[in-house]
Design a protein. Structure first.
Length: 115
């Protein structure tokens, strides 16, 4: 069975980021014996949450990243929000277009959830 999961975030609401990170933590915890990929794709105003200075959420995300969570940020959204790549959290990757990345992941068999 494939447990690969894409969590999509497009809101700058901190409560949504908290929910996404809690979902990621619960997912990792629930599948201790399974191999899977877990990805958060952030686009639109959501990318503003993944910047240096947002240390509260960075502290929650970092251990999840250590356990395999990948955070992908949309380059278009970063540009629209005037965020330089140097200003994002360490360990986040930038993809050219968030929605295209979501479609690519779904084609690879990832389940998709948007909280």
């Amino acid at each position: 069975m494939n447990y690969d999961l894409c969590l999509h975030m497009d809101s700058k609401d901190p409560a949504i980021l908290r929910l996404v990170l809690r979902n990621a933590a619960n997912y990792i915890k629930a599948l201790p014996q399974e191999r899977f990929q877990l990805v958060v794709v952030a686009n639109g105003p959501a990318v503003t949450q993944f910047v240096k200075g947002n240390e509260e959420f960075r502290a929650i995300a970092a251990p999840l990243q250590d356990q395999g969570l990948r955070i992908l940020l949309c380059a278009n959204a970063l540009a629209d929000n005037k965020i330089d790549h140097a200003d994002i959290w360490p360990g986040c990757d930038v993809v050219p277009a968030g929605l295209v990345e979501i479609v690519r992941l779904q084609r690879e068999g990832f389940a998709y959830i948007k909280p």
